[in-house]
Design a protein around this ligand. Sequence first.
Ligand SMILES: [Zn+2]
Ligand SMILES: [Zn+2]
Length: 379
Amino acid sequence: MDYEAKGVTMGKSIEAAVLRQSGKPYVIECVTLDAPQEHEALVRIEACGICHMDIDGPSLCSLPAVFGHEGVGIVEAIGGKANVNVGDRVILGYGSCNRCPSCMQGHPFYCDKSWEVTFGGRRLDGSPTIWDSSDSPLHAAFFQQSSFATHAIVPDHCLVAMPADVPAEVGASITCGVMTGAGAILNVLDVKAGDTVLIVGAGAVGLGAIMTARKAGAGAILVADVRDGRLEMARELGATATFNPRMGAMHEWVMAQTSRGVGKLLETSGNAAAFESAIASLRTGGHMAYAILPSPMEEYALKPMPLFEKAARFEALSFGNSVPHDLYPKMLEWWQAGEFPVDRLISTFSFSDINQAMEQTRTGDVIKAVLLMEATDAQ
Ligand SMILES: [Zn+2]
Ligand SMILES: [Zn+2]
């Protein structure tokens, strides 16, 4: 089934990677994608990055499901009225409702419906977007995209224009994780020339933060990670000093480097021991940004006294408090100018190799896996 660019209600046959059972492989299935409604676009996905939120998806969503939330593609159809045009090349942003007070104030990262539009499995009006071959609705609209597929339906306010000369995998790589790191540095910690910043964890979020801190002119960029390979990458991207916490207490290393602790700290490791050591690494009046989705069952033994003693600020972030329409173009400009080498993080896989890409993301063998959909279009 296919349909015209506007005003059609029939679905479209596409291919999507469906996870039916946690721990089992994804299977690329032929499924039906709903037609776009008003202010939605049907996007033919060129590439989609893999993020740890996709791996954690089964603990937050019901199955069977279609994950994927770092898509890039071409608008193939719009549902009646939309703020994009057929043929536009776009990067997909995270979901937001576009009508709550936070969204209206330009703060979609504080959307009242954030959890629902991210993990709810349907459009905000409750309608499903993808059905399997036996016409059962799947848990989809993940981040309002579900882009582990050849096509996705996306609200038009979540689409950001992408230049034609940027490779699809580069566009996909600057979305969720890297944007979170960049946003944490610019929007939350407000890192300025000469500042000292500590970044805990050198995954996509941490490495995005390092590149951004360097771009902002930070004087000292301290980085901790338990993987020596990641520390090497961190140094290549701008870290001025690195530490492996397997060698000792991180906060002792930080105190030796700074004498008084750090005023700006980004925690991206999602690790209880690192969390405690991070608090001990702050100077009085320090600011700690927490930018990683914790595992839902995670429990930290949080002692409030060290935070109180230091009059420290602890702030949990959503997407680095970033607005994709502002930050995506900025990061792409930096990349084009050779000042944001995000391509160093990328490993590409064909869509059919999704299970291999997920596994290598899980083990940390690759930093930013990006699936390329082009060759497996269902048409
Ligand atoms: Zn909202
Ligand atoms: Zn993500």
